[in-house]
Write a protein that binds this ligand. Structure first.
Ligand code: NAD
Length: 353
């Protein structure tokens, strides 16, 4: 990789500390001069949100959270922020909740403090997403980047193990895809390498001890690094494929990433020797794919797209929809046959080795 590059670091405060969310949140809201806080948290996260925001000047708790942020849901949250004259938004939840806070910030300019409860990583990016009649639109805007993120691993111990594994592999996908995404640079690669190492150490500990904080703490650290790398590097082939699968066939976000990743790594690894070397090194394995597959089997990771709602009849349609989105800089050449083969393997749950 050449050492002539441009890199933009996004302005954001990050707080890490297990069991410290309430205290850290109070300080971050105070820094922003918040006097009228709107809390966004879905109903399943309402209790934890009430706990960590108990010391804040809350004017409204908003609990309508829907995956991929449908426009009417965003409109209602924006109306609630205006009605209650909110001056700071606090989101407590996974990528869907962070996404809703971003949608409000996009039109109101209100600052967001994010308290993530999954490994999705949306809190560290300036990317927003909205869906309108099933079609997903994404964009980049500095207003949606949370001003501060409060990471508290104790909030993730309630994640069911299968959800934690899928979400953690979504973060792993941010790392791996960052190695060859269109705007990747040596800083992204360094962050992604450390992210892979942290996730490979943390995720098996979650499976062994789901309610222990240690595995979640390592994984959360890895997920943050992953998101920072991804935000800078942009979407590589892996994210382009998952974007089509999620948007077109309504497949669940994190498991789709978990299934597709080894197939993209099998395709790109041999064509990207520097990425291959770094990923293998981070896993401590002979090859990048060996490392990923060994981790996936320890985690009993999601294996096949057919288990997550993709009809076999749609494979050709999916390949055709991905083809125009393939980044020209992808290390391995990609044709319609490459995509058909990759998607069939992912659909069947074949081992790409
Ligand atoms: P999610 O936010 O929809 O959460 C999945 C499920 O986990 C929900 O049912 C939720 O109630 C539950 N949950 C969350 N935290 C929990 C906890 N600690 N304990 C128990 N249950 C918990 O899913 P996600 O994978 O975090 O986010 C996916 C969304 O985020 C997608 O819409 C995706 O497009 C978006 N996303 C955006 C970006 C970005 O940069 N804009 C990045 C990554 C993901």
């Amino acid at each position: 990789m050449s050492l002539r590059f441009e890199h933009e670091t996004l302005p954001q405060r990050v707080r890490f500390g297990a069991g410290e969310a309430a205290a850290a949140l109070a300080e971050e809201v105070e820094r922003l001069g918040g006097r009228r806080v709107m809390v966004l948290a879905g109903r399943p996260e309402a209790e934890v949100a009430a706990r960590v925001t108990a010391g804040l000047p809350v004017v409204h708790h908003h609990d309508e959270v829907v995956m991929h942020v449908p426009v009417p849901v965003a409109e209602r949250a924006r109306a609630a922020a205006a009605e209650h004259d909110a001056d700071v938004l606090v989101s407590v939840g996974g990528g869907s909740t962070t996404g809703l806070a971003k949608a409000v910030a996009l039109t109101t300019g209100l600052p967001v403090v994010a308290v993530p409860t999954t490994y999705a990583g949306s809190e560290a990016t300036n990317v927003w997403g909205l869906t309108d009649d099933g079609a997903k639109t994404t964009g980049v805007d500095p207003r949606v980047l949370p001003r501060a993120v409060v990471y508290d691993a104790s909030l993730l111990v309630s994640l069911p193990v299968d959800l934690a594994v899928a979400s953690g592999l979504n973060a792993m996908a941010h790392c791996v895809d960052s190695m060859w995404a269109p705007r990747t640079d040596p800083i992204d690669a360094a962050l992604a390498t450390e992210g892979i190492r942290a996730l490979a150490a943390g995720l098996p500990r979650i499976v062994e001890d789901p309610t222990g904080v240690a595995g979640h703490e390592q994984s959360l650290y890895g997920a943050y690094l992953a998101a920072v790398a991804f935000s800078s590097a942009g979407s590589g082939l892996h994210h382009k494929i998952c974007h089509v699968l999620g948007g077109r066939y309504d497949l669940p976000h994190a498991p789709t990433h978990a299934v597709v990743l080894p197939h993209v790594l099998a395709l790109n690894g041999p064509a990207a020797p520097e990425a291959e070397r770094r990923i293998a090194e981070a896993f401590g394995s002979d090859t990048a794919l060996d490392g990923l597959q060994a981790l996936r089997s320890r985690l009993d990771a999601p294996r096949a797209l057919r288990d997550h709602g993709l009809p076999e009849d749609d494979l050709d349609d999916a390949a055709a929809a991905v083809l125009p989105a393939v980044p020209p800089s992808n290390p391995a050449p990609v044709t319609i046959d490459t995509l058909r083969h990759l998607l069939r393997q992912a659909w069947e749950g074949a081992d790409p080795r």
